[in-house]
Ligand binder design. Structure first.
Ligand code: KG4
Ligand code: ZN
Length: 408
């Protein structure tokens, strides 16, 4: 009898201890990013500690070709993955890693395969579960690593490959209010920078297109040229974006006024003015769409959707954009939150964090033997842009006047 009682106690005790060990065990995720031209890796725990991180950018190898060359990207990912993961894992035991998370969509398919194939080797070698990551979801959630932001919130993801305005309802629940119908704002700025030959300009030659334009725009006058047309501003009553018209208009101006940098240029003021102008056009277009999204939330009487606006993606590091959107947010008593610039661009930290968010809720965690197929295209969540359009919300284009009137 005593023996039986003892055995029962030991069973209960073991179960209790085991459960607590599982609960108390820190989640640690290794994240790997190779969706475009950055090879990134990081290890993060569920207490939001970044235990290791590493990144290698290939920009310099692609720049002279005027865009990302898939085979060059593939080769660099292949060479960089081993050292980047080793750096991120420095002094971290593989045994302490709970799972590996890797970008599998959307992105440059040849680059995604490099990350996936490498991850597969690690999964089998160290016997770990796998968390497939949607690259845009990772951008949308990064802010919850760097700031205290609760669901739901509004997010603008503006990068070289994307422009999406969405509501983040939960880790795996998104509503797309609008997205770009043609090119992204980052691509627009990169192409204008290329047309202006900014990669030769001594003050900005090491910067990506958008950052080069932002820097030169500081000394430019945006009113010298007019790229803003009502066509892509207040008239179309939705939250979708279009930057193609702006790009063509900028190209025409560059050709007409010969606004190209060359070393014999004595005065580069015209270059700075065009940088200011294209930056203002891009920013005002984005601002109008976000303004409409705010009014749409009001129409739906859903103020929690617009409590917070989060900016992420490479273009979100633009300080002029941040300033304009801060003014808009202040006007509507919203909080504007931006992850630090280094986490706005592609990196391994955002992938590892997305892994933590999914692992602790057991969302989409799979086994190494499951099929993992990267996808070049993959929409984020549900598209509600049609509904936004049907509501037909008017946004005052010259909304600065509205602001001033309210203050007066
Ligand atoms: O998120 P990201 O690193 O890569 C992806 O496209 O996924 O974004 C890169 C884009 C580039 O087009 C770059 O020109 C733009 O972000 N960018 C900027 C700034 N810094 C980077 N655009 C405007 N202002 C900046 N300061
Ligand atoms: Zn990205």
């Amino acid at each position: 009898m005593n023996l039986l009682r003892c055995h029962l106690w030991s069973l209960i005790f073991n179960k209790y201890i085991h459960q607590n060990i599982v609960c108390l065990r820190t989640i640690r995720i290794l994240g790997i990013e190779t969706s475009c031209d950055d090879t990134g890796a990081a290890v993060i725990d569920d207490q939001r500690n970044i235990l290791g991180e590493s990144i290698r950018n290939q920009l310099q190898y692609h720049q002279k070709f005027g865009g990302i060359v898939p085979n060059i990207a593939k080769q660099h990912h292949y060479e960089n993955l081993v050292p980047v993961v080793a750096e991120a894992m420095n002094n971290i035991e593989w045994d302490s890693i709970s799972a590996i998370a890797t970008s599998i969509r959307p992105g440059l398919i040849i680059s995604l395969w490099q990350g996936v194939n490498f991850t597969r080797q690690l999964l089998f070698k160290y016997n770990k579960p796998f968390i497939p990551i949607h690259h845009m979801e990772a951008h949308a959630l990064t802010v919850r690593l760097t700031h205290d932001v609760d669901f739901p919130y509004m997010v603008l993801l503006a990068s070289g490959g994307h422009c999406i305005l969405a509501i983040v309802e939960d880790v795996d629940k998104y509503y797309r209010l609008g997205e770009s119908n043609d090119i992204s704002p980052g691509e627009t700025l990169d192409k204008v920078a290329r047309e202006m030959n900014l990669s030769e300009h001594p003050s900005v030659k090491d910067l990506v297109g958008g950052a080069a334009i932002e820097y030169l725009a500081l000394q430019g006058d945006s009113s010298i040229f007019n790229l803003i047309t009502s066509q892509y501003s207040a008239k179309s009553k939705d939250c979708s974006f279009t930057f193609g018209g702006m790009l063509s208009a900028a190209k025409r101006l560059i050709t007409k006024h010969q606004i190209k940098y060359d070393s014999s240029m004595l005065n580069d003021q015209i270059l700075k003015d065009l940088c200011a102008c294209i930056q203002t056009s891009v920013v005002r277009h984005i601002e109008t769409r976000i303004h409409r999204a705010i009014l749409y939330c009001d129409y739906r009487e859903n103020l929690t959707w617009r409590k917070t606006l989060v900016l992420s993606g490479g273009v979100a590091s633009n300080l002029f954009l941040r300033k304009r959107l801060k003014d808009l947010c202040d006007y509507y008593s919203m909080k504007l939150v931006c992850p630090p610039p280094k986490y706005c661009t592609d990196n391994g930290v955002m992938i590892a964090w997305n892994g933590v968010e999914r692992f602790r809720r057991n969302l989409g965690v799979i086994s190494a033997v499951d099929e993992i197929i990267p996808e070049a295209r993959s929409p984020l969540g549900e598209n509600i842009s049609e509904h936004v359009r049907n509501v037909d919300i008017h946004v005052p284009f010259d909304w600065e006047k509205v602001k001033k009137n309210k203050k007066a």
